[in-house]
Design a protein around this ligand. Structure first.
Ligand code: FE2
Length: 215
């Protein structure tokens, strides 16, 4: 592909209809603009490795945040946390920009442990690409899960936001955290987690990565 065409191509959305309305006659919906969020399922062995490390640092009922040490991030060669996450980032970049000549430099990996009632206010990251992997989720009763907060979202869910309230434009998406689920998103994308009510710990790992070499 010519360089100029490739450069333009990465700004062009795919014209794929979303499965929103299956009535007849066909009414196709497109959501062509906006940030891309990818979701995958992380391998159990990595969850185990991070949780084993975190178990030695968290104390029940007390929230804590801590950085993951380089040793834990890099151990395991091809099966290391950094190799795994870099692989997922490369797939994300390949799908969006079709540019194999990128470099992925991790700035930091960290873990957040939270208990009931703790909010994670809306924020963005100082990185090109970020992600969140759920390591533990609390037991939340169905009744409590439907409880909503000021934003109108479900307790304990993670929300991604863009663009404020604009008519005929979606600006918010929510996901219920599940163990092993791993979200990758642009670091500039606003997101926050609602406080949850219920027993247990919500534990997640996040990372910041810089992307270089591509245009
Ligand atoms: Fe975050």
């Amino acid at each position: 592909m010519a360089e100029k065409e490739r450069l333009l191509k990465k700004y062009e959305a795919q014209a794929r209809p979303l499965p929103i309305d299956r009535g007849e006659p066909a009414l196709d919906f497109f959501s062509p603009f906006g940030p891309m969020i990818a979701k995958t399922r992380a391998p159990e062995r990595l969850l185990q490795r991070i949780n084993d490390h975190a178990d030695g640092l968290v104390s029940p009922g007390k929230g804590i945040e801590f950085l993951l040490p380089d040793r834990l991030i890099g151990e395991g060669g091809e099966g290391s946390l950094s190799s795994y996450v870099a692989g997922i980032i490369r797939r994300y970049l390949a799908a969006l920009e079709n540019n194999p000549e990128v470099t992925v430099d991790f700035e930091v990996f960290w873990v957040i442990s939270q208990y009931a009632g703790t909010p994670s206010p809306v924020h963005f990251h100082s990185a090109d690409i970020s992600g969140v992997l759920y390591l533990k989720v609390p037991d939340v009763e169905a009744e409590e899960e439907t409880r909503t907060y000021i934003s109108g979202r479900n307790a304990g869910y993670i929300n991604f936001l863009i663009g404020g309230k604009q008519r005929f434009s979606k600006s918010l998406i929510s996901f219920k955290p599940k163990v092993g689920e791993f979200y990758i998103f642009p670091g500039w994308l606003l997101h926050g987690a609602e406080p949850f009510r219920g027993e247990g710990e919500r534990r997640s790992m996040s990372f910041n990565a810089a992307i270089g070499g591509g245009n």
